[in-house]
Design a protein around this ligand. Structure first.
Ligand code: ZN
Length: 486
């Protein structure tokens, strides 16, 4: 995900600047230490960036700043001060206990954890994910029909069908309040706020009920999808939400086309139910995932964030970096080989440092070459190999880690093709499977329809409805999957 204001900047040397944030247990620490020389040269600027809260919500979240905000004048009686502090502490504890109980109640009442049939893939999608309204969606570079295209392509390749996919429910206000503040949710009732978050100024002129229905509802559905996907990953070992990955949104603030903090919500649901104790977020979208970083900044012992992003582009959120446990900042136009080595070595090191109960994989494809916002140079094959590698890492641990993938950013017309090709590759490699769904599909389609059945190394897929499948797509998948079969 990203802000449309990002511009494609001049090519620099493309050199990687790797800054491995330490696993930092000290919550008072200003930020992770940077280890590279190049990072050090910018250290001063970053410090300045991190010292300056960007808005009120940051100030509220920063333990350092909160202390600074205490009144300078002390009252004369020390005992008065102590009494007041004790009272404040008690009130805070009461508030926290009350909030905790409220959140638990909200989760218990939630209907998002749908009953799923065994013949349904843990792949989540709704046709209503897609945003389309009087051409307004065209005012943002984001392809707001991307999710539907991914689904259609998977369907064309006979991996799944309407009966074997899971359609999520829309996250209600109560669901959203599990992570979001009331103040933030109220702000979305103003079209002008939504215009800012979605970066489509004309949205500000629309009546809010239209904005809710046409813009926010699809995003709430995707949020419901991520929450359900995380739960299914715990049950089935893996799950994919074809949408979601709104990693710039925190509980208090949206931005960069992200209106709801779906990753935070998905994890809060699991934490509150006691399903997990520890989670890792692997964020490979080209942008820094400042939303979840802000939300879990105070929970670094239970949420480990490994973020690989272009250091020069939006959001450059110095404060949020404090939430990252392992930070890998790269320069413009990093290419496959260097990128893959960085992702592999850092993921391995992260998993050796921290054993999560779930891996949330924010698989943005705006790292693809030619992306006007991500400004990296990963080839389509590189994206597919990256996703495969992440799933292999999760599977090959002594105890396999449940993995949930969300698709996040990606701003070119071919992103959908690549996401679909990547999911097909995971399936073909046996990294994801659902025997009941495959059996159901086989019965529907008749014999010799599943691309999974094709012998390794041969071009795939060949389907019974190949007559109706556009040549372009079939050629595309053949070139990708053939590449991987060799
Ligand atoms: Zn992005």
């Amino acid at each position: 995900m990203a802000e449309s204001g990002d511009s494609l900047l001049k090519t620099t040397d493309g050199e990687v600047v790797l800054t491995e944030g330490e696993r930092n247990g000290n919550r008072e620490s200003k930020h992770c230490e940077d280890t590279s020389m190049e990072a050090e040269s910018e250290h001063q600027n970053k410090d300045a960036e991190e010292r300056l809260p960007e808005n009120q919500s940051e100030t509220e979240q920063s333990p350092v700043t909160v202390q600074e905000e205490r009144p300078v004048e002390r009252r004369t009686s020390e005992s008065d001060d102590m009494e007041e502090e004790e009272r404040e502490e008690e009130e805070t504890e009461q508030d926290t206990a009350e909030q905790f109980a409220q959140i638990k109640e909200r989760i218990q009442k939630s209907k998002l954890y749908l009953d799923v049939e065994p013949h349904q893939w843990p792949i989540i999608y709704s046709p209503d994910y897609n945003i389309s309204f009087l051409g307004f969606e065209k005012l943002h570079p984001f392809d707001s029909g991307k999710w539907g295209k991914v689904y259609s392509l998977l369907k064309k390749e006979c991996m799944l069908c309407d009966e074997t996919i899971i359609c999520p429910l829309e996250a209600t206000e109560d669901d959203l309040l599990v992570a979001h503040t009331k103040k933030y949710i109220s702000r979305l009732k103003w079209s002008i706020s939504v215009a800012g978050i979605t970066e489509v100024p004309p949205v500000a002129l629309l009546p809010n009920y239209i904005v809710q229905k046409k813009v926010l509802r699809p995003l709430r559905l995707q949020t419901g999808g991520s929450i359900l996907a995380a739960k299914l990953a715990m049950e089935r070992g893996w799950a994919i939400n074809i949408g979601g990955g709104f990693h710039h949104c925190s509980s208090k603030q949206g931005g960069g086309f992200c209106a709801y903090a779906d990753i935070t919500l998905a994890l809060r649901f699991l934490f509150h139910q006691g399903t997990i104790q520890k989670a890792m977020i692997l964020d490979l979208d080209a942008h820094q995932g400042n939303g979840h970083e802000r939300d879990f900044m105070q929970d670094k012992e239970s949420v480990y964030i490994l973020d690989v992003y272009n250091r020069h582009i939006y959001p450059r959120d110095g404060f949020a970096k404090r939430g990252i446990s392992r930070k890998v900042e790269v320069n413009y136009f990093i290419a496959d080989e260097q990128y893959m080595t960085l992702v592999a070595s850092n993921l391995e090191a992260a998993l050796n440092e921290f054993e999560p109960d779930i891996l949330v994989y924010n698989a943005g494809t705006d790292s693809l070459e030619g992306d006007p916002l991500g400004a990296l140079s990963i080839s389509p094959q590189g994206i597919i190999r990256r996703d495969m590698m992440v799933f292999e890492f999760a599977r090959d641990r002594p105890k396999p880690i449940p993995i949930v993938m969300v698709t996040s950013g990606g701003y070119q017309r071919n992103n959908a093709d690549i996401i679909a090709a990547s999911i097909l590759n995971l399936w073909r490699r046996g990294l994801i499977s659902c025997p009941e769904a495959e059996e159901f599909q086989a019965k529907q389609d008749g014999p010799s329809t599943s691309s999974r059945q094709t012998p390794e190394g041969e071009e795939t897929p060949s389907t019974s409805n190949s007559e109706s499948a556009p040549q372009g797509n079939r050629g595309f998948f053949r070139s990708f999957l053939g590449f991987f079969g060799k």
